[in-house]
Design a binder for this molecule. Structure first.
Ligand SMILES: Nc1ncnc2c1ncn2[C@@H]1O[C@H](COP(=O)(O)OP(=O)(O)OP(=O)(O)O)[C@@H](O)[C@H]1O
Length: 305
């Protein structure tokens, strides 16, 4: 069983009359990438701040690396890095110079800095100053700065926020690299499930300060899986053809609609077989349940999302 890195039990945080977190319990084990999903104001940053000890909580317990209590948590937090409060970047310095400054007291070698620049895909930024960086580059440099201290557990608040699609893909790759190359456990947040869909191993949905759903990457993949959508007036006849083709993994979802979960690349061949058997095909093609639809489903519909 993997070591528990974070165990938050029944965490509540109240601002004035507003309950920003309501009895939130989350457990993160070594090697997980835990994605905290929720709309703006759901409580994601508040939870992360509580874990980092940047705010006090009104109720609940936090255990980090098996440590509890003020002293224990202080010790544990030395093994952590975060991007909630981003370190100041020096706009007139290059990526390398920025990391040098961050590393000034840490005895960090040039080799390590080179490695960090490569890890963050910043190795080709050369003499470019941080003020001329794209948002994605700045975000990556900020993460690189937090890695100077070699954390085992990293908290990233909305790392894909504001990035364009290619920046999002790059950030996902980098986060994955943190895990595979450095064995870092990650807690990260986003207001869009889609943005973390290919990176997180586990998901928690926060809504109005409550953790309303938790699921694994596997569950997400199976619930938002791709399938062939077939619309026909002759479902019975279509079933016979599919059986003849050896296709077993399908559902009849209504009187004239079917979903086929296998042979996704054989749409044309399946269509041909149906037509040859005189089955009227109104529509056939691959589709994928939109992740944001899934999000609406688990949050209970538009009222809650
Ligand atoms: N220092 C504070 N004082 C008062 N209310 C606060 C404070 N910080 C956060 N809140 C409130 O707590 C709730 C949760 O905020 P939080 O920043 O955790 O949300 P979030 O999910 O991270 O959203 P966002 O993506 O907008 O940051 C919000 O209603 C917010 O207004």
């Amino acid at each position: 069983m993997a070591e528990t890195i974070l165990k938050a039990t029944n965490i509540s945080k109240i601002y004035g009359k507003h309950k920003a977190l309501h009895k939130v319990s989350i457990e993160i084990k070594r090697g997980m990438i835990y994605g905290l999903i929720g709309e703006n104001g759901a409580g994601k940053s508040t939870f992360m701040r509580a874990v980092m000890g940047l705010i006090t909580i009104n109720e609940g317990d936090i255990e980090l690396f098996g440590e509890t209590g003020m002293k224990g948590l202080q010790r544990a937090r030395r093994k952590m890095g975060q991007s909630i409060e981003t370190p100041a970047l020096y706009p007139d310095l290059t990526a390398r110079e920025n990391l040098r400054v961050q590393a000034a007291n840490g005895g960090v070698s040039n080799r390590e800095i080179n490695d960090l620049l490569r890890l963050m895909s910043l190795e080709h930024t050369g003499s470019k100053k941080a003020k001329n960086f794209s948002l994605g580059m700045r975000q990556r440099l900020a993460i690189a700065s937090t890695l100077i201290t070699n954390p085992e557990f990293l908290i990233l608040d909305e790392p894909t926020n504001g990035l364009d699609p290619s920046g999002i893909v790059e950030m996902r790759e980098i986060i994955q690299r943190l895990v595979t190359e450095r064995g870092i456990t990650v807690l990260l947040s986003s207001h869009l499930l889609d943005e973390l869909s290919q990176v997180a191993t586990h998901y928690g949905i926060l809504h109005d300060g409550r953790l309303i759903s938790e699921f694994s990457r596997e569950k997400l993949a199976s619930e938002s899986r791709q399938y062939i959508e077939l619309e026909t007036t002759e479902v019975q006849a279509a079933v016979v053809v599919l059986d003849e083709l050896g296709i077993r993994n399908y559902d009849v979802v209504s009187g004239n609609e079917m979903r086929i979960y296998e042979r996704l690349n054989d749409v044309a061949a399946i269509n041909r077989s149906l037509v040859l058997a005189d089955v009227k095909v109104m529509r056939i093609g691959t589709t994928r349940q939109k992740l944001e639809d899934y999000f609406l489903q688990v949050t209970g519909g538009t009222d809650h999302a």
